[in-house]
Design a protein around this ligand. Structure first.
Ligand SMILES: Cc1cc2nc3c(=O)[nH]c(=O)nc-3n(C[C@H](O)[C@H](O)[C@H](O)COP(=O)(O)OP(=O)(O)OC[C@H]3O[C@@H](n4cnc5c(N)ncnc54)[C@H](O)[C@@H]3O)c2cc1C
Length: 320
């Protein structure tokens, strides 16, 4: 069967969820062959095998940590040449998109970024993307070379599908450009204990209606009851109520969770651009005319300070 390359996103051997979602999609197209790079690469094999990887190509060369992006492109290209895949799948993170674009250029292939679904068509892989602030869905396939496709987190379920997961060392020789940009220091982000915003299955966001940094714990409590990430509108972020890294929207992060809960957010087009592909959208807003209600699956017209704490209490009670 045709093989599909999947670039693994992992932290010291712990595979991140979006990679397991890629394996679900890869299995629709062919046999997934995972490429795991950096410290702990070998440790990824059992989880990858449980989710359908027939082979896991690994390299733990120090260059992956010491230099930005290009060593990974060199390695992915080495895997590409060794495997001759029918498609290459990469997670749609900033780094993933850069790696994918560089590989596509080197391979003379077309690239599709930010896909939200994939299927095996008769003439090649067909990718679905959301366009114009997600008011349109487009389906496309590359017309040249082997498709290189980046896929947004939360686009597919994680499905166990046991396969061999056989580990093979990937020989990589780094080109001159690989050492062009050295990492000079790393500072771990202060952990909130919550999932990463772009990967979270549930996102709870607050907007101007939250009315102050001191009120954001109301949003955080709901998020924590659901194991969700916390997002914010630009109005809330610009007011200094929540960190810029939590901004959802056109000039913030793009999220596509299973559930998005917007509290005190009006639903401006620039906010929608970052969350409209969420599977289920819930809004809490005291203004029944707020534009956010045009796109919700469930809407609550009410004061968020009355609604959100009750919701949190109810969820926590049901968990008990
Ligand atoms: C180039 C450009 C890029 C932009 N990029 C982004 C972006 O990335 N992300 C983004 O979010 N915005 C972005 N914006 C800004 C965007 O246009 C809006 O101004 C912003 O999204 C509004 O944020 P908001 O919904 O929180 O505030 P508002 O529009 O002021 O809405 C607040 C809402 O809260 C409701 N409310 C108030 N009090 C309560 C309460 N107690 N209970 C319930 N509801 C209440 C109100 O009814 C209102 O609907 C961008 C704008 C531009 C021009």
């Amino acid at each position: 069967m045709a093989e599909v390359l999947v670039l693994v996103d992992h932290v010291d051997g712990a595979v991140r969820k979006p990679t397991l979602e890629l394996l679900t999609l890869a299995r629709r197209i062919g046999d997934p062959v995972a490429v795991a790079l950096g410290a702990g690469a070998g440790a990824t094999a059992s989880v990858l095998g449980e989710h359908g990887a027939v082979r896991v190509l690994t390299s733990d060369a120090p260059e992956f940590a010491e230099y930005l992006v290009v060593p990974k492109v060199d390695a992915l290209q080495a895997a590409f040449e060794a495997v001759s895949p029918v498609a290459v799948l990469v997670v749609s993170s900033a780094e993933g998109k850069e790696i994918a674009a560089r590989l596509a250029l080197r391979a003379g292939s077309g690239i599709i970024t930010d896909a939200t679904d994939l299927e095996a068509g008769e003439e090649g892989v067909v990718a679905t993307q959301a366009a114009f602030a997600a008011s349109y869905a487009t389906r496309s396939r590359v017309s040249r070379g082997v498709p290189v496709i980046t896929v947004k987190p939360n686009s597919a379920p994680v499905e166990p599908a046991p396969a061999a997961g056989a580990v093979e060392a990937l020989p990589v020789s780094f080109g001159a450009a690989a050492t062009g940009t050295r990492v000079t220091s790393r500072t771990p982000r202060e952990s909130t204990g919550r999932p990463e915003l772009t990967e979270a299955a549930i996102v709870v966001s607050g907007g101007r209606g939250v009315n102050g940094a001191e009120n954001f714990p109301v949003i955080e409590a709901l998020a924590d009851s659901l194991g969700a990430a916390v997002g914010a509108s630009r109005a809330a972020v610009d007011a200094g109520w929540y960190p810029h890294t939590s901004q959802v929207g056109q000039t913030g992060k793009s999220v596509s969770p299973q559930l998005y809960i917007a509290s005190g957010i009006s639903g401006a087009i620039q906010h929608r651009a970052g969350m409209q592909t969420s599977k289920t959208i819930v809004a809490i807003n005291k203004d029944a005319e707020a534009p956010i209600f045009e796109l919700v699956d469930y809407g609550v017209v009410g004061d968020l300070f009355a609604v959100v704490p009750q919701l949190t209490e109810e969820i926590n009670a049901r968990k008990g």
